[in-house]
Design a binder for this molecule. Structure first.
Ligand code: SF4
Length: 460
């Protein structure tokens, strides 16, 4: 029988990274990828439990998988990732169509798990790898130089787990305590990805800038070393934590051309009282001070964020401070979420006392405000020259190619025969929704990259 695997990924870039890795392992087992789950002989769901909604989507997807399994009884169904880690045997007992459940520390064991399923067993592997040392090379040696390049970009996991214990977050429970890979191990992977065609590398970690690999070797040292890899056009990283962000990192971003001028720095809430209840270990003033310094050294830098509305006890006054922060920083993108309690977290012990309709109304106000800010900032970029990495064809217009600006704005580019992977200069000519439009410029065109500005008086 043909071996065809379909992997459905929910959640963050770390899950995407793990899914790419799983597909590489499956290729070695003779599988080819299929986009069509109904023709697959193996379906893996790589799950996320960070919020209630993605977890629900997993169960509704499993409902559809039941129909496919009835049509093809030989179909193997596996559930991986955070929901698998959290639910383990409970999930296996509840979902009879599922053949294997495995947590994020176990995906390199896919060949043995598949062999067990073929022998008729149902498998549950949610044990952590021993995390006895702070520095651990959690990618097995034989896989270090076999990372996956998808289009122009590739992911490199530099840390795993998180020690922060934010009260709303399930991640420390599903991904475990934080470990960092050795720099040499990471650099070997990054170099092999660049040799394999990657133009842009994303350094990943649940709290990427708490990376540390021994005396004095921390995230700035690693970022500096990665930025010196020959042929690497762009570096991005996600997600940093505000408490671990410092001016040294801002200076390094300013200094190195290939470190993208975009920072995704989650602030979660504008009220210091709520930040304290969330155990974020910073205040809004700390956050604004760091952004202010970053914008001083890189005036055109773009900043995006995540935030939660309706955290337990959030009052209208607390929420207005979140709106104030949005107006002050003028983020390029905001990912807002309604709070939902995650079982097992400290926040789940607090009363979920903001009514659903108030959460919805606050979410709508955040979205409306951010849409206005986005419209204004897109308009302000018109006429500027941006460096764009071309990452694909436009789906409907063959005269256009799509790409991303240094600041991570999506843009369609007209003019010239452009190739995926080219870094080009583009004059922004217009905008539509979240997309910019632009025309290709000759290489020597003057650079006028700009983004909405932030001034200290705004932060008062
Ligand atoms: S920093 Fe906080 S929100 Fe981010 S993964 Fe760690 S505990 Fe969760």
């Amino acid at each position: 029988m043909d071996k065809k695997a379909h992997i459905k990924t929910f959640g963050c870039q770390m899950n995407e990274h793990d899914s790419f890795r799983m597909m590489e392992i499956l290729r070695q087992e003779g599988y080819e990828f299929t986009d069509h789950p109904e023709e697959a002989t193996l379906i893996l769901l790589n799950t996320c439990s960070v919020r209630h909604n993605p977890e629900n989507k997993v169960y509704s997807y499993l409902g559809a998988a039941r129909t496919w399994k009835r049509a093809h009884p030989g179909l193997i169904i596996g559930v991986a990732g955070c929901v698998a880690q959290q639910e383990g045997e409970r999930l296996l007992a509840r979902e009879k169509t599922v053949d294997m459940v495995f947590g994020p520390d176990n995906y390199f064991r896919l060949p043995e798990m598949l062999a067990a399923v073929r022998r008729g067993e149902r498998v549950c592997e949610t044990k952590w790898l021993p995390r006895t040392r702070r520095i651990q090379n959690f990618i097995p040696e034989e896989w270090v130089e076999r990372g996956h390049v998808e289009g122009v970009k590739a992911y490199v996991a530099i840390t795993k787990g998180c020690n922060n214990l934010c009260t709303f977050c399930i991640v420390p429970h599903t991904r475990g305590r934080e470990v960092s890979r050795e720099p040499g191990n990471i650099l070997r992977e990054a170099r092999s990805l660049v040799e394999g065609g990657a133009k842009e590398i994303w350094l990943l970690g649940q709290n990427v800038n708490s990376y540390r690999a021994g005396d004095g070797y921390r995230f700035p040292e690693l970022l500096d070393a990665v930025s010196q890899i020959e042929g690497l056009l762009r570096i991005r990283f996600t997600s940093p934590h505000p408490k671990d962000w410092n001016n040294r990192l801002s200076d390094l971003m300013a200094e190195r051309r290939n470190i993208c001028k975009h920072l995704h720095l989650p602030f979660q809430a504008g009220s210091d009282r709520i930040l304290k209840l969330m155990r974020r270990n910073h205040t809004l003033a700390d956050y604004l001070e760091k952004i202010h310094y970053l914008r001083r050294v890189i005036p055109h830098v773009e900043v995006s964020t995540d935030l939660i509305v309706g955290f337990p006890t959030e009052s209208e006054t607390d929420f207005e401070q979140t709106l104030h922060a949005l107006k002050t920083v003028r983020f390029s993108q905001v990912f807002p979420f309604k709070y939902s309690p995650r079982p097992g977290t400290p926040a789940a012990e607090m009363p979920d006392d903001v009514p659903r309709e108030v959460k919805e109304e606050r979410l709508a106000r955040v979205i409306a405000l951010q849409d206005r800010i986005n419209e204004e900032s897109q308009r302000a970029l018109c006429g500027s020259v941006q460096e764009v990495l071309i990452d694909g064809a436009h789906p409907r217009d063959s005269a256009l190619m799509n790409g991303r600006t240094d600041g991570y704005r999506a843009i369609s580019v007209r003019g010239g025969a452009l190739e995926v992977g080219e870094l080009v200069r583009v004059r922004v000519t217009g905008h539509r929704g979240h997309w910019l439009e632009g025309t290709l410029l000759p290489e020597q065109a003057e650079e006028t990259a700009c983004a909405p500005q932030f001034t200290p008086s705004d932060a008062a």
